[in-house]
Design a protein around this ligand. Structure first.
Ligand SMILES: N[C@@H](CCC[C@H](N)C(=O)O)C(=O)O
Length: 275
């Protein structure tokens, strides 16, 4: 079958976006891997699927697949692109859009500055991340091949570990990232952020994403980094997170409050492909 799609990105974190409200298709994990291939396929970090909601109070269901074919709970940059996609394709005329995801319901607001997403309340209990630990702490000691690393652990619907580094340009993202991603204390694997605190309102961040490797930006990673930094008393409520692909504005008032993320979206091209 011929499947129409749109190629989009949020700060260089790139997506194939497919409307399965107006089209019918079933996309299997091995097909996701083939489509994600940057040499033999379309090339993307995540596949985003727009479906009708199962909950009548929601406008859409939003499904996310990593480049390795795994279906995941949440994607922040994807959420902004999702909002732009459903509005531009006239699947909705609303500028405030309620969406169900595997990681919980989120609200997307289209504004003149881009899209602001209410990413929901972060989960901090180890079992809800999931992370193996006796009790909730601001940071945990994680042993990797004989070395101990101090790590914050946060779920934004999807799991994140956050390490503080002095210089993000020289952080061991490629070497340490995959080891922590697959660490036995993170039973569902984990996204790994390396954060350099510049000031109380500014950080630099690189993220090794679960199932995709290092990306140019990670929206949930930016939210998790600010939550981890706030819990350690290092950051104020509003923080500019500078990622290799650009900057996200993250706001978090503290425990029990939702994280707000604002950033841009871009449409790259429209395409169609035989599945
Ligand atoms: N790029 C995303 C996160 C995508 C999912 C992630 N790799 C996972 O496995 O949880 C973002 O912008 O949040």
């Amino acid at each position: 079958m011929l499947l129409k799609f749109t190629k989009m990105h949020g700060l260089g974190n790139d997506f194939m976006v497919v409307d399965l409200v107006s089209q019918r298709a079933k996309i299997f994990p091995d097909q996701v891997r083939e489509l994600a291939d940057r040499n033999f396929g379309i090339g993307f970090d995540q596949l985003l699927i727009v479906e009708p909601p199962t909950d009548p109070d929601m406008d859409f269901k939003y499904r996310i697949f990593n480049a390795d074919g795994s279906e995941v709970e949440q994607c922040g940059n994807g959420a902004r692109c999702f909002a732009r996609f459903v509005y531009d394709k006239r699947l909705t005329s609303k500028k405030t859009i309620n969406v169900e995801t595997r990681g919980g319901n989120i609200q997307l607001n289209l504004t003149d500055d881009g899209v602001t997403v209410d990413m929901g309340v972060p989960h901090l209990l180890p079992e809800s991340i999931p992370f193996i630990a006796d009790q909730q702490q601001e940071k945990y000691l994680l042993e990797v091949e004989g070395d101990a690393f101090s790590i914050g652990a946060v779920s934004m619907g999807n799991p994140h570990g956050v390490l503080l580094v002095d210089d993000v340009d020289n952080a061991p993202v490629d070497s340490l990232g995959p080891k922590i991603e697959n660490h036995e204390r993170f039973p569902n694997r984990v996204n790994v952020g390396f954060m350099q605190v510049v000031s109380r309102n500014e950080v630099r961040l690189r993220v090794h994403e679960r199932g995709a490797g290092e990306t140019l930006a990670c929206g949930t990673g930016a939210c998790a980094a600010v939550v981890a930094g706030r819990l350690q008393g290092l950051l104020d409520e509003v923080v500019d997170v500078h990622l290799p692909g650009g900057t996200l504005k993250i706001q978090w008032a503290g425990e029990g409050k939702p994280v707000m993320m604002t950033g841009p979206t871009a449409r790259v091209f429209e395409g169609q492909i035989y599945l």
